[in-house]
Design a protein around this ligand. Sequence first.
Ligand SMILES: Nc1ncnc2c1ncn2[C@@H]1O[C@H](COP(=O)(O)OP(=O)(O)OP(=O)(O)O)[C@@H](O)[C@H]1O
Ligand SMILES: [Mg+2]
Length: 1013
Amino acid sequence: MCTQEGFQAQRSQLVGLLVSRSLEGFEGVLDWLLSWEVLSWEDYESLSIVGQPLSHLARRLLDTMWSKGAWGCEKLIAAIHEAQADSQPLMLHELSDPHSPCPVHKLQIHRPQIVRRLYSHVEGVLDLVQEQGFMSQYECDGIRLPIFTSAQRARRLLDLATLKANGLAAFLLQCVQQLPVPAALPLKDVAYKKYMSKLKATLSAQSRFLSSYDGEENLCLEDIYTENILEVQMNVGPGGPRQQSPATVSLEELFHPQGRLNEDADTVLVVGEAGSGKTTLLQQLQFLWATGQDFQEFLFVFPFSCRQLQCVTKPLSVHTLLFEHCCWPDVGPQDVFQFLLDHPDRVLLTFDGFDEFRFRFSDRERHCSPTHCMPVQNLLFNLLQGNLLKNARKVLTSRPDAVTASLRKYVCKELSLKGFSEEGIELYMRKHHHKPGVADRLVHLLRASSALHGLCHLPVFSWIVSKCHQELLLQGGGSLKTSTDMYLLILRHFLLHAYPPDTAHQGPGPSPLRGRLPMLMHLGRLALWGLGRCSYVFSARQLQAAQVDAEDISLGFLVPAKTVVPGSSAPLEFLHITFQCFFAAFYLVLSADLTSSSLRYLFNCPRLGGSPLARLLLPLCIQGSGREEDSIRTLLQKAEPHNLQITAAFLAGLLSQEHRHLLAECQASEKALLRRQTCARSCLARSLRTHFRSIPPAVPGETKSMHALPGFLGLVRSLYEMQEERLAQDAVRGLDVGHLKLTFCSVGPSECAALAFVLRHLRQPVALQLDYNSVGDVGVEQLLPCLGVCKALYLRDNNISDRGICKLVEHALHCEQLQKLALFNNKLTDGCAHSMAKLLGCKRNFLALRLGNNHITAAGAKVLAQGLQDNTSLQFLGFWGNKVGDTGAQALAEALSDHQSLKWLSLVGNNIGSAGAQALAVMLEKNTVLEELCLEDNNVYDEGVNYLAEGLKKNSSLKVLKLSNNCITCVGAEALLQALETNDTILEVWLRGNSFSPEEVETLTHKNTRLLL
Ligand SMILES: Nc1ncnc2c1ncn2[C@@H]1O[C@H](COP(=O)(O)OP(=O)(O)OP(=O)(O)O)[C@@H](O)[C@H]1O
Ligand SMILES: [Mg+2]
């Protein structure tokens, strides 16, 4: 039984259900409703308007059915079940008399079965009806439009037959009778089954091993895959662009409706920094599908890599893309293709590494024919938009910089890949090392070396640590701080591995690098050349042109590309793009032809004396810019900015004091290196200062605020790689902002280390806002060195737990400047309450503590209240969305009775009832400073309001009391009105969302405008 109320309550699920199976599925539901004559022809027409978003149509259908009463609601649910069951027997005995007086009616009442029987033969039937003169060429072409699936074409044919009074309906009935009865499930057909199993076998083989291994060990994906933090951006609430915290989901939930931003789009976007694990995530998805473990709602999965797709120069169609560039169907290719077109909702396409696609997204050219050939970029863009293979799912991965607003318009859901959690790092090490004690020692080493631990949050660094575990366990991790340190470590590892010292036929000398310099330079030149041409996969010819020979390849940094573009011999790619950047930097730093102008370009540094005239004259004055330099400069200019940033950071690291001796061993000219180092230093410092100078002046009366511009974090990272205190000091000399904002900037622990390294030299205190990043406990630890210059620290949504916060507080106790801490939506529990209490009790100038949306209960509130008792400075205390309950509220109220500074207290959504309200009322009687008390979304009821009203009668400081959503009736409101008669201080009492009728709202507002209803 389905009541109308029940139906209404399930509305959003029903919409989800109706849109989840694509337009095809929706029309299947309409077929059943028409056949049962639940929908009138008029209803049906209003529900089948071409071009309307499916979600609109689904809502309209719900409205239509609801207006028909409980019967209509029940029928809709039954139709959804029927359409999903998809197994209706195709017995059409009722049609046996084709000369029935009402063929149109017959077409309608057997519509689902007729559609099923027609859809594989619709082309032939269309030819036939045109031949017989029932339909014109024009009408047939309208039905054959490539945007329609075969089933949709069949429906349009039936619709036309309903409207035409020329005998078409009777003719169709006759045709349908003669059509062969299709198998109950189309998948029984050999062709699809064979294709599916071939695809599964191919993908299972392709995805079984991780590509980044050097042949020594078998990294089986199944053994090593470790869950990565995946966050989904949540829907914007109905009240407008209210920022909702992202939710963590597992890979298996990738296609769940949670977090859908655009119901009409089919593309799921996964963004993550270089090395955060995007490629591996897709590989795992493919593996789970191919081995039947998950994602079985898809019958076909087609994986593509953007770096390889962009090498395809021939025009492509959907047909050639799927069959020639992924998997060829050995049996019945046309049938298979038709099946894919007819069941797009059972197809998944994945496109990895959109940032490596050299074409920028554009929606200007539209194509909708799946057999039409077009340039590869048009094909990809039209697939992503859903012009081609509408309703087929697509997953696109990219680094954040490459995602534009115009691409986002076509994204149904956006997820961020944040790398490993702390537990993830540990688990990864344990999966990687089975020898007794090794994993334990590695985990211990990481915990003791926080910079290294911070780096490992990116899986690619965890991999490097694992790979070099022997060296690390021998030398300890404390000296490894920067990415350059890590890549030099692995470079040495590979060299020693390829040429063990004792077996070396030509001893590599004191440094393993020195003896292999020519090989490294070959790889470096190839890497730079590739970056400059946005080319990340190298053919044999390209390798030859860069003079990369078999011995260079044998070092292990170049590995066969995962999926081979047919027609070419197995191309190679670097282990990871970061290796390509590292080798490019290595080449640059040692290349005789790298000039200051290229260095300036890399570090984004404006030229001295950059007046327009100077800029005009300078190219004429530059001496000795040889061809090689021209080409280095050109390559750098054409490289993708994010790759350039990574390369610049490595270059800075290689030029650092720390590593100069290493390079000096490789190259004769120490003078040249010194010159480069000096140039890099001055470029970095100057770039950062220019960056600061570009910040607009403060609005009068406000602090000067800066949102990090693109490139800021890149510069800070490069400065960190240099590891020179004096340079950092010099670089921030000019920064005079009061508020530095780095929200949504993908700040992880390693960025925190870099920020702290640079910002700690600020001369003026700054409010540092790092909301919506992935700082985590390890990142908090990295930030500690700059806590001394922070007057406020905002860390909303950063996955921080008690452990991180306790460390932070321990440090904060000694930081005179720090006055505000905002920790909304982290993972805090009562476990951090002692630290917080200490902070409040001991830090005499502390002003604001915001702990909203964590997991603090009454026990934590009680501990915190003790800290409040000793506190004399706090002005803002935020507890929104915790679980302090009545007991917690009582403890806090007691501590606040004679508090001398607190102006604002939020206990919104804390399950506080009348007992809590009573304690707060007593507090109001005594307290003389509190100005705003927020108690929305609790269970105060009239009883609690009566207490609060009594408290208000004796209070003379409170200006705003917020009581929305507390089940208050007129009785409570009357008590408040009475209190307001004697209380002149209070300006607003918020009462929205309580139990008042519209008339009561009007009367109460009339009685006192300070009541906001
Ligand atoms: N979930 C995981 N479990 C185990 N290892 C992982 C995982 N994710 C990544 N790795 C390791 O880190 C390396 C880098 O990851 P991956 O290539 O997937 O990053 P990416 O985000 O695709 O980087 P890019 O932006 O450069 O394409 C992998 O080769 C693998 O060794
Ligand atoms: Mg990748």
